[in-house]
Design a protein around this ligand. Structure first.
Ligand SMILES: NC(=O)c1ccc[n+]([C@@H]2O[C@H](COP(=O)([O-])OP(=O)(O)OC[C@H]3O[C@@H](n4cnc5c(N)ncnc54)[C@H](O)[C@@H]3O)[C@@H](O)[C@H]2O)c1
Length: 384
C-alpha cells in the first residue's frame, strides 16, 4: 500500500456530472486512492455519507476548498495531487491555493475564465515546482494518440485545412427558456466566464487540433449567437481560423443543434492525406491517403503505433469510451508524479497529458472569440 498514490477532489458531489467520471477513471488505473474531498460549497450530511462510502475519513471531508488546501498542505502525508471539477469560476482560485502548498493539480477545462488567471497559474505552478494537467478528455482516446503519431510521422504531410465541429442539444430546452431561477452555470457569466458554448465545447476542438497537429493559431474571426429568450452567453459559435503555418480552419460548435448528442468531429487535411476523428465512434479513426481507398483503423489492432497501442485496455471490438480516455490522461499524469517523487527531471510535455500551456491557449482562444464577435466578427490576433 505504501506505493499507492493519494489524491483529493474539489467538487464532484452527488448529482454532479464529471467528478464521478474522474474517480472511476482513476480507479481503472488502480494506483491512486481518494483521501480528501471538498465536494460542494454547501457541505451537508449527504456529502459526508458519500465521502464515507468512498472510504474518506470524516476529518478530511471539508466545507470549502480554502479549508482543504490549508489543512492538506500542512500534513506530512500530503496528497499527491488535487482534482478540480467545479464550475469554471472556481478553477483558478482553488488550483492556486493547492499549488501554493506544493500540491500538483489536475484541473477541468476550460482552465479558468481569464487569461490573467491562466498566466498567474502558470507562474504559481512554476514557482512551486508543481505538475499540472488540464483534462481535455478527447486527447485521452487511443485514436487521438494514433492520430497524433500519424501526423508526427508525416503520414498526412503538411497540414492545409482543419474542420472541427461539436454540436450538442442536451441543454436546448433550458437554454431556450432561461430565467434567473433556472439559469444553468454554463450559461451564467458569473460562473462560466465570458463564453458558454465557445468555452465549454469550442476549447475541446481548439485543444484537440493543437494536441494532434501541434499547430498554433495565429488569428481568428468569430461570430457568436444567443438563440432563445433570456440568454446572455453564446450557444452557437462559428469561427474562422488561421494557423501560424498558413493552414486554415473552420470551427463550429452549438448547444442548440437538435438531434446531436456529443458529436465532436474533427478532420485534418494534409497534402498527402486526411485524418477524420469522430468522438462518438472513438474506437475507430479514418485515414485517407492521396490516390488510395480510405482505411479505417481499429482501436486495439496490432498495426497501431506504440504511442497509441500502449493505452489499449481491452481487445478490439470491445468499445472503450469516456472513462478510459480520462484514465489514459491519469495514467500519464501518475507516471509524471511518480517520476517527480523519485527525483527525476520531469518534462511534462513528454508524458502525453494535456498541459498547463494548453489550458492557457484554451482560455486565450475563447476570450479572443468573444473579443472578435463583440467587434463584429473581425480578425483578431491570438497571443498564446
Ligand atoms: N472534460 C470534459 O469532457 C468535461 C465534461 C463535463 C464537464 N467538464 C468540466 O468540469 C467542470 C464541472 O462540470 P460538471 O458538468 O461536472 O458540473 P456540475 O454542475 O455537474 O458539478 C459541479 C460540482 O462542483 C461543486 N461545486 C460548486 N462550487 C463549488 C465550490 N466552491 N467548492 C467545491 N465544490 C463546488 C458542485 O456542488 C458540484 O458537485 C466544468 O469546468 C466543466 O467545464 C469537463
Amino acid at each position: 500500500m505504501a506505493d499507492r498514490l493519494k489524491y483529493g477532489m474539489i467538487g464532484g458531489g452527488p448529482g454532479a456530472f464529471i467528478g464521478a467520471v474522474h474517480r472511476a477513471a482513476i480507479r481503472l488505473n488502480d494506483e491512486a486512492d481518494i483521501v480528501a474531498w471538498a465536494p460542494s460549497s454547501r457541505l451537508g450530511a449527504g456529502h459526508i455519507a458519500a465521502g464515507g462510502a468512498m472510504g474518506i475519513a470524516e476529518d478530511r471531508i471539508y466545507a470549502s476548498f480554502e479549508a482543504m488546501a490549508a489543512a492538506e498542505g500542512a500534513r506530512e502525508d500530503k496528497i499527491d495531487w488535487v482534482v478540480v471539477v467545479t464550475p469554471n469560476k472556481y478553477h483558478a482560485p482553488a488550483a492556486k491555493l493547492f499549488l501554493e502548498q506544493g500540491i500538483n493539480v489536475v484541473c477541468e477545462k476550460p482552465l479558468c475564465t481569464t487569461v490573467e488567471e491562466a498566466l498567474d497559474l502558470t507562474e504559481t505552478a512554476k514557482a512551486n515546482d508543481c505538475l499540472f494537467a488540464v483534462t481535455y478528455t478527447y486527447t485521452g482516446h487511443v485514436m487521438a494518440r494514433e492520430a497524433r503519431q500519424l501526423v508526427r510521422n508525416g503520414v498526412i504531410g503538411d497540414i492545409r485545412m482543419v474542420m472541427g465541429e461539436y454540436p450538442q442539444d442536451w441543454l436546448l430546452d433550458t437554454l431556450e427558456t432561461i430565467t434567473e431561477d433556472n439559469k444553468p452555470w454554463r450559461a451564467d457569466p458569473a460562473l462560466s466566464g465570458r463564453g458558454a458554448a465557445v468555452a465549454d465545447l469550442g476549447t475541446h476542438i481548439e485543444n484537440w487540433v493543437n494536441y494532434v497537429t501541434g499547430l498554433k493559431i495565429d488569428s481568428l474571426a468569430c461570430h457568436l449567437d444567443v438563440f432563445g429568450e433570456g440568454g446572455v452567453l453564446d450557444n452557437n459559435v462559428e469561427a474562422l481560423i488561421r494557423f501560424e503555418n498558413g493552414a486554415t480552419g473552420i470551427y463550429w460548435t452549438s448547444q442548440v443543434a437538435i438531434g446531436f448528442d456529443n458529436a465532436l468531429k474533427i478532420r485534418i487535411f494534409g497534402d498527402k492525406g486526411t485524418i477524420e476523428f469522430v468522438q462518438e465512434e472513438n474506437n475507430y479513426l479514418k485515414l485517407s491517403l492521396r490516390g488510395e481507398p480510405p482505411r479505417i483503423y481499429s482501436r486495439g489492432a496490432g498495426y497501431l503505433t506504440p504511442e497509441a497501442s500502449g493505452y489499449v485496455r481491452v481487445p478490439t471490438g470491445h468499445p472503450e469510451g469516456l472513462t478510459e480516455a480520462f484514465a489514459n490522461i491519469y495514467k500519464d499524469f501518475a507516471a509524471a508524479v511518480k517520476d517527480k517523487k523519485a527525483g527525476k527531471h520531469v518534462v511534462e510535455s513528454d508524458y502525453g497529458y494535456p498541459t498547463l500551456d494548453m489550458g492557457l491557449a484554451g482560455v486565450e482562444f475563447f476570450n479572443k472569440c468573444v473579443d472578435s464577435s463583440e467587434a463584429g466578427a473581425v480578425w483578431v490576433k491570438v497571443d498564446y
